[in-house]
Design a protein around this ligand. Sequence first.
Ligand SMILES: Nc1ncnc2c1ncn2[C@@H]1O[C@H](COP(=O)(O)OP(=O)(O)OP(=O)(O)O)[C@@H](O)[C@H]1O
Ligand SMILES: [Mg+2]
Length: 288
Amino acid sequence: MVEQTKNDKKQEPGPASPPAIVEVRHLTKRFGKKVVLDDISLFIAKGRTTVVIGPSGCGKTVLIKHMLVLLRPSEGEVHFEDRRIDDLSEAELSRVRTRFGYLFQEGALFDSMTVAENISFPIRQHYKVKDWRAIEDVVKSKLAMVGLDGFQNSYPANLSGGQRKRVALARAIALNPEVILYDEPTTGLDPIRSDIINELVLKLERELGVTSVVVTHDMKSAYKVGDRIIMLHNGKVIADGDADYIRNHPHPIVQQFINGQVSEDDLAVLRMAGAASAAQFLPRDFDS
Ligand SMILES: Nc1ncnc2c1ncn2[C@@H]1O[C@H](COP(=O)(O)OP(=O)(O)OP(=O)(O)O)[C@@H](O)[C@H]1O
Ligand SMILES: [Mg+2]
């Protein structure tokens, strides 16, 4: 287990930093006996972009699902603005969730719906719609925001991966959210399409003042969009600071992750796996 290093620069909200809009306090999440998040406390600063990095399976998606209370903590609390939200009923949460946009890791567009129907879905879900013209205008403006006006009547199956991500983003901003949670928005995209998504994240922050939380494996994207980068490992926050701070972080696990190097532990597992499979083909197995 890696402990938080001593010189981690914890960013507490204070006079110099914007107030917290989302905060998790002593959050622990277990699935059965497995502890995925282990007493994590952090805040998300209003109007800023916070990036969450960490190895696959370390709990990044689980963490941001708690911010929306799509998962409930085993222990600890989640706050939105000045209010505790993890103990609210589903009906109360539904109102809070209108203030969030969530870009799912899988994209999750409805294949049987057109682009316009996908984007207007959250609006139709949360409000009784009478003015269909107004909805068309909202869809148009959201598509224009992601550079896809004109694709209203297309179906997701006929779009490229990058276009689908942008439609999912247009849907995530349909209700003018104050906080957008992006779960690996650039995964599976080529560098140019990834950069279009990065630019969109920045544009939403600049033009609409939204608060963003971006989960990513893509360090180029993390450095570009993040005002602050948080690294999770073994259920804990092991690094928390701006891009320069993370680049120069002394912890070997942080360096291995940001430089895409395999750790000694991973190598040991690979060697063991190699030894096991080689053992299956020892010459003596073929001796009669
Ligand atoms: N609903 C669930 N029930 C049981 N275990 C779960 C559930 N959701 C997540 N987990 C487990 O929690 C751990 C963290 O999962 P999570 O999806 O948050 O990882 P991640 O950091 O987002 O990984 P990736 O980078 O691959 O998306 C994993 O071991 C996963 O199997
Ligand atoms: Mg994930």
